[in-house]
Design a protein around this ligand. Sequence first.
Ligand SMILES: O=C(O)CCC(=O)c1ccccc1C(=O)O
Ligand SMILES: [Mg+2]
Length: 369
Amino acid sequence: MKIKQVILRHLQMELKSPFATSFGAFTTKEFILVEVIDEDGVSGWGESVAFHSPWYNEETVKTNWHMLEDFLLPLVFQTPIKHPDELRQRFSTIRKNNMAKSAIEGAVWDLFAKKQNISLSKALGGTKKEIEVGISIGIQKSVDDLLRVVERYVSEGYRRIKLKIKPGWDVDVVREVHRRFPNVPLMADANSAYSLQDIDRLKALDEFQLMMIEQPLAADDIVDHAALQSQLSTPICLDESIHSYEDARKAIKLGSCRVINIKIGRVGGLTEAKRIHDLCQEHNIPVWCGGMLESGVGRAHNIAITTLENFVMPGDTAASSYYWEKDIIQPEVVVHHGMITVLDKPGIGYEVDRRQVDVYTVTEKTYRP
Ligand SMILES: O=C(O)CCC(=O)c1ccccc1C(=O)O
Ligand SMILES: [Mg+2]
């Protein structure tokens, strides 16, 4: 593949309702959409999951634009690409900035699959024809509000409910949801809101037989998590702490978690995500695909990676309509009885709705070799 043109677009999309976590609340989603175009005029699409502020990790829309423009695109233009796996090596001279790398790598994967006339799922070695999904529910104004929201998505058939927690919105809240929905698979995500000093509070969650507790401790930690896991019966799932295959290897070795949430952007792309998937499979660590409030393009990438065998737990890839009045893909992502049917079409399998992209685009810039 010879990449002849790359278009970066900065998009802004209003969320249907604000999404609150322990680190802050979102009302608007800003992100970079990447389009790569080859010598035959075929387009591949990728999405950066970096947010506009560095709350979840250190990357932002602006740092991603800078990394893409000044470092990553020149490397992509340098020589033809035979297989998208090559980009991991090509980008290795640049430290971190995983979400920027992933955005362009994902676009090249989509292009690659389209050139082979196969789905992205197939190009990655995925086998599932449909995937199970759960839903992540943000912190609400009151427990009553939360119960109403949970009720709605349980009745829509989502396969598990994830509750965002933080100190002051945790044990009592989980108790109420567990009491009202005793048979619904539940989990909690703390987004690093606790420290080992809160161990009693975290142990109190053991009572509810949660599927897992996600990222209770610091975003850069795997040592304290190991100490915590040895005292908890609830499995710990790491999200923020895992940036690479090497991080996953070390966390497994230390016993820092029993589950890993794989986010393609956080680990630097589909190639690395697949490596982590394979490593976890060898070690009997179940994985699932996390979400970053993606538009349809990122959502399609998440669906494709989830078709790999060891994605055995429902992910956070909810329907487009959970987030957006109107998504940027056709058809939109729909969920029936908690399942998404994987489209057997070339690449990401969804058409990008260019008219809708234009509606949400704040700025765009075209780059050539
Ligand atoms: O629905 C989604 O896309 C995932 C929602 C979610 O939990 C989340 C949203 C924004 C930032 C971090 C996280 C997370 O998984 O920690
Ligand atoms: Mg998380």
